[in-house]
Design a protein around this ligand. Sequence first.
Ligand code: KIV
Length: 281
Amino acid sequence: MEDKKVTIIDLIKKKKNKEKITMLTAYDYQMARLIDEADIDMILVGDSLGNVVLGYGSTVPVTMGEMLHHTKAVRRGVKKAFLVGDMPFMSYNISIEEAIGNAGRFMKEAGAQAVKLEGAGVMTSVARKIVEAGIPVIGHIGLTPQTTSKLSGYKVQGKDLGGAQDILDSAFALQQAGCFALILECVPSALAKLITRNLNIPTIGIGAGPHCDGQVLVSYDLLGIVKQFRPKFVKRYADLASQMKNAFSDFKKEVDKNIFPATEHTFSMNEDLLKKLKIKK
Ligand code: KIV
């Protein structure tokens, strides 16, 4: 029997029924398969790709080509989860035509079911135009990593009245523009609660407290693979960095001592056949 695929209607229903939505990032086929098998509702091919996989210092250098390449790999691993492609910096900022064209590439070339873009203000009309072109959009407000220099770094957003009002207004504007969900990153829990209670579309929080309709984490953070960077909102459900490093050094030790490969890892050959081989120097 075919696995039932998660749809936008399922996500909206979850909000109505007060059931939590789960979302994780993936960047490759194997990770996507495991996340999908764990019944996570949504998979985001985040532009966090730049930090966690490609080793850039930020998400800014990530290109459309890189995003499409990784989204295609993830697509091949996903059976049920709703797949979202993250629009990289400057793929939707230059013109509406380019934004719609790039959003369309996520759907047509990489098999994404929606795109996510950061920001409100002028980006609200970009989101609206992409939605009008028939492409589902998730908004992303609060801390928006593509423009952290503008926001003076990786900090909690909306702590003062002006900032909080701005985030609240942006949430309504993006809903009005047709976004079907909204990511809230690094905002105070009480503000996220107010937004969540008053929007019809689901909110998905990262560093936005427990009242959002859903939660998203970067899978490498959750797995404890990334050690250099640990924001307050990350919970590590595993310590894979240590396990991986131990496995790599055990491999080295065993190869050095000729313990690996053992008989069970080795292919045998008929001795008589071996004797018949001629060495031609
Ligand atoms: O790129 C990403 O992984 C994201 C999440 C943090 C929401 O935007």
